[in-house]
Ligand binder design. Structure first.
Ligand code: GLC
Length: 664
C-alpha cells in the first residue's frame, strides 16, 4: 500500500515515475512536531534501514544524517553527509513495517535516535516535500518470476516499483577494472594491460582519469599523451579490454574550446542573480556548470558523449557532480581580502584559527551554492533548492543521450553524486574512500541501503582511494568486491600504487579475481532478476530471517542474490572470524577459484578460519550456486559451461537469467 502526501509546494524531482493519487493531511505514522518536523516513536526493537550511501551501519539508528550531496573524502563516522541524497527509510519492528520516501531536492535531516534515543525526527529544510508512506502488501505477492515477499521486501519492492527500473549495464561491467588517478599516457595504460596479461590476471576495463583530457576539458583528448586515440581504443578492444573515461561536471572557460563556446552561445550554463554565467573552479581552474535542469542543455551535453562513443568508448564515470567547487570567483576574491586584513596583526588563538580557516572555507562553500540559479520547469530556482538533483540530472543527460544514440547496446555509466531517480540512468561508486579497514566494513554496510534505493550497480574503490593500501587489506577487499556488481580497483595520485600485480602475493589476488569470473553467471543472473523484479541483489539477513533476532542484529554478513551468504573478514591480522548461520548452510571454501572444501554446518555461531588467499561462501539450504570456468575477460567466458553446486533438497530448479543483450 502506498500513500502519497504533499506538503507545501514541493519541487518535482521526477524520481517517482508512477502516478499516485494524493492523500490529504500528513501520514498517520508521522506525528507532526514543530513546523516541518516529523516524529516517529521507536520501540526498543525498532530498526531503521535505508538512506543509501551514508556513513555507519546497516541499521541507521543512533546517528544524524543530512541529505546534502557533499564532496568530502574523509568518510568518518562523525560525518553527516556523503556524495548522495537517498531519502528512503525502512522502519520496522516485530509489530510493524513501514517505508518513507521524502521527496525533495532540498536538505533533509534524519535524526534517528540521536537527539532522543526512542524518536526518529525527519526535518526537511523547508515545509515543501512529497512524502510517500509504504506499508507491506502481502496479498498475492507471490509470482513465479519474482518469488514471495517478506514484509521488508514488500515495502522495498513497492518503493522500487514507483521509482522505475534500475539501470542495467553491459556484461563487461561485471568484469574487473583497474583504475588510478595518475595514469598519464597511452604507455601507462598499455603497461597496466601488459602487466595484467603477464601475470595472467583477468581484466575487463582500464579507467581513464582526468589525465586523458586536454587541460581537464570534457570531451577532449590530450593528443600528445594519447596519439591516435581511436586506434588505441580499438587495439585495446581487440584484447577485449574497455577504456572507461571520466567526465566532470564543470566546463573549462577557454576561448576556442567548442564545448565552452557552444555553451555560452546557446545559454547552457548556470547563471548568477545578475544573469551572468556563474564562475567556479574545479580541475581546469575556472569553469561554468551546465544547467542540466534544462532539457535542451541535457540534450546538448548528452550528445557530447558521442565524441568518445564514436571513438569506440562504451563506458563512462561522471564525477565532481555534487557539484564540487574548489572556489568561486567571488569567494576567492573575498578570501584574499580577508587574508590581507590579517597582515601585520598579532594573531591570538581566535584570530589565528579564523585566519587558518579562510582557505578551507572557500571549498564547497554553502554561500556559493546560494549564488547561482537553474531554469527548471519554466522557473528560475536558486541552486541550493535543487542541489541534491545536480548529479542526477548530469547522469540523466548521458542516459537520455545513450537511449537515442545507441539504443541497441548498453553503455556502462556510474556517477559520484546521486539522488533517487538517477538509478534509472546509471549506477554509483561510493566516492573517495580511504585504504582503511574501517572503510572495508563501511563498504559492506552501504550495499543494502544502496540496493533499497535502486542503485544495484554499485561498488566502492577496491583497496581504498586515499591513503596507502597494504597487501592484506587489498586481499580482504578483493574478497568483498568480487560480490559487488561494480568491481574496480581505484586509487589517488600520490598514494601507494595498488594494482594487484605489484604485490608479492599477486597469485593469491589472481585466484580471488578468477573466482569473481567463475561467479559471473550467478552474479549477472541475480542482478538481472533483481533489476527486473524490482528487488535487491544485496540484502541484510533480516530480509529472509526476520524472526531471528541474531540474524537481524548481524551487520557484517550479507545475502548476495538468493543462494548465498557472505561473511567477509574486515579486520587487520585476523585469521578468520565468527560467522552466524541462521539456518544450516553449506560452507564452500575456495582457494582462489578452486573449490577445496564443502562442509555442512548447523545453525549457530562458528569460528571459520579464512586465510588471506581464501574466500568462504555459505550456500543456503535448498539453493544452487552456478559456477563457470574463469577466463581473462568476460568476453571469453563460456556462459554455457556451468557446474552447479547444490545444497539440501532443492525447492525449485535454479532460475538462470541469460540474455542476448549483455554484450555491447
Ligand atoms: C575525484 C574522484 C576520484 C578521481 C579524482 C580525479 O576525487 O572521486 O575518483 O580519481 O577526482 O579525477
Amino acid at each position: 500500500m502506498i500513500k502519497k502526501y504533499k506538503l507545501g509546494e514541493p519541487i518535482e524531482t521526477e524520481s517517482v515515475v508512477d502516478d499516485i493519487e494524493l492523500t490529504s493531511g500528513i501520514p498517520q505514522g508521522l506525528v507532526s512536531g514543530a513546523e516541518c518536523t516529523f516524529c516517529i516513536e521507536m520501540s526498543e526493537d525498532t530498526r531503521v534501514y535505508g538512506l543509501g550511501e551514508t556513513v555507519r551501519g546497516i541499521n541507521k539508528r543512533g546517528w544524524r544524517y543530512i541529505s546534502n550531496c557533499t564532496d568530502d573524502s574523509i568518510h568518518t563516522e562523525s560525518k553527516n553527509s556523503l556524495y548522495a541524497a537517498h531519502n528512503f527509510l525502512l522502519i520496522w519492528n516485530k509489530n510493524s513495517t513501514v517505508g518513507y520516501y521524502i521527496d525533495t531536492p532540498e536538505k533533509v535531516e534524519f535524526d534517528i535516535g540521536y537527539s532522543e534515543s526512542d524518536k526518529l525526527f525527519i526535518r526537511p529544510e523547508s515545509p515543501n516535500a512529497y512524502i510517500y508512506e509504504i506499508t507491506p502488501d502481502l496479498s498475492g505477492n507471490t509470482s513465479e518470476e519474482c518469488g514471495t515477499d517478506s514484509p521488508l521486501a514488500s515495502v522495498v519492492r513497492q518503493f522500487r516499483h514507483i521509482i522505475g527500473k534500475s539501470y542495467i549495464p553491459p556484461l563487461f561491467a561485471f568484469g574487473y577494472g583497474q583504475s588510478r588517478w595518475g595514469y598519464k599516457s597511452r604507455e601507462d595504460i598499455l603497461s597496466v594491460i601488459t602487466e595484467y596479461e603477464d601475470a595472467d590476471i583477468p581484466l575487463d576495463s582500464v579507467y581513464l582519469d582526468i589525465d586523458y583530457m586536454d587541460a581537464f576539458k570534457d570531451f577532449t583528448i590530450n593528443e600528445s599523451a594519447y596519439p591516435n586515440f581511436e586506434d588505441f581504443v580499438k587495439s585495446v578492444k581487440e584484447k577485449n579490454i574497455h577504456l572507461i573515461p571520466i567526465i566532470d561536471a564543470g566546463v573549462k572557460i577557454e576561448d576556442g574550446y567548442d564545448v565552452y563556446e557552444e555553451g555560452i552561445k546557446n545559454d547552457h550554463f548556470c547563471k548568477k542573480e545578475d544573469g551572468t554565467p556563474f564562475v567556479a573552479a574545479v580541475w581546469p581552474g575556472r569553469v561554468h556548470f551546465p544547467d542540466f535542469f534544462k532539457p535542451e542543455t541535457r540534450e546538448w551535453f548528452g550528445e557530447k558523449y558521442s565524441f568518445l562513443l564514436d571513438k569506440g568508448i562504451d563506458g563512462f564515470w561522471n564525477d565532481m557532480n555534487e557539484p564540487a567547487i574548489f572556489y568561486s570567483e567571488d569567494g576567492l576574491r573575498e578570501a584574499f581580502d580577508k587574508i590581507r586584513s590579517f597582515e601585520g596583526k598579532n594573531l591570538d588563538i581566535n584570530s589565528f584559527f579564523e585566519f587558518a580557516g579562510i582557505i578551507d572555507s572557500i571549498k564547497n562553500s554553502p554561500k556559493d551554492y546560494k549564488s547561482f540559479y537553474h531554469e527548471y520547469k519554466g522557473k528560475k530556482i536558486r541552486h541550493d533548492k535543487l542541489h541534491n538533483l545536480y548529479g542526477y540530472m548530469m547522469t540523466r543527460a548521458a542516459g537520455e543521450a545513450f537511449e537515442k544514440l545507441c539504443s541497441d547496446r548498453r553503455i556502462l555509466m556510474f556517477s559520484r553524486a546521486s539522488y533517487i531517480g538517477m538509478h534509472r540512468y546509471g549506477g554509483v561508486w561510493t566516492g573517495d574512500n580511504q585504504s582503511w579497514w574501517s572503510h572495508l566494513l563501511l563498504n559492506i554496510q552501504q550495499l543494502p541501503g544502496l540496493n533499497m534505493c535502486g542503485f544495484l550497480y554499485s561498488g566502492a574503490d577496491t583497496g581504498g582511494f586515499g591513503a596507502d593500501c597494504t597487501e592484506d587489506l587489498l586481499l580482504r577487499w578483493l574478497a568483498v568486491s568480487i560480490f559487488t556488481p561494480l568491481f574496480r580497483n581505484h586509487s589517488a595520485m600520490g598514494t601507494r600504487q595498488q594494482e594487484v600485480y605489484r604485490f608479492p602475493h599477486k597469485d593469491w589476488m589472481r585466484g580471488i579475481i578468477r573466482l569473481r569470473y567463475a561467479l559471473i553467471p550467478y552474479l549477472y543472473s541475480e542482478f538481472m532478476k533483481a533489476a527486473l523484479c524490482e528487488d535487491m541483489l544485496i540484502r541484510p539477513l533480516s530480509f529472509v530471517y526476520m524472526d531471528d533476532e541474531r540474524a537481524c542484529d548481524t551487520e557484517d554478513q550479507l545475502l548476495i542474490g538468493d543462494s548465498i551468504m557472505i561473511a567477509p573478514v574486515y579486520t587487520q591480522n585476523a585469521a578468520g572470524r565468527t560467522v552466524y548461520l541462521p539456518e544450516p548452510m553449506n560452507m564452500l571454501r575456495f582457494d582462489g577459484d578452486r573449490l577445496i572444501e564443502e562442509k555442512e554446518l548447523p545453525p549457530g555461531d562458528h569460528y571459520i578460519s579464512i586465510p588471506l588467499k581464501e574466500v568462504v561462501i555459505f550456500l543456503r539450504n535448498g539453493h544452487v550456486l552456478p559456477l563457470t570456468k574463469p577466463a581473462n575477460t568476460t568476453a571469453e567466458l563460456d556462459l554455457n559451461d556451468v557446474t552447479y553446486v547444490c545444497y539440501g533438497a532443492l525447492e525449485d530448479s535454479y532460475k538462470w537469467y541469460r540474455d542476448e543483450n549483455a554484450h555491447p
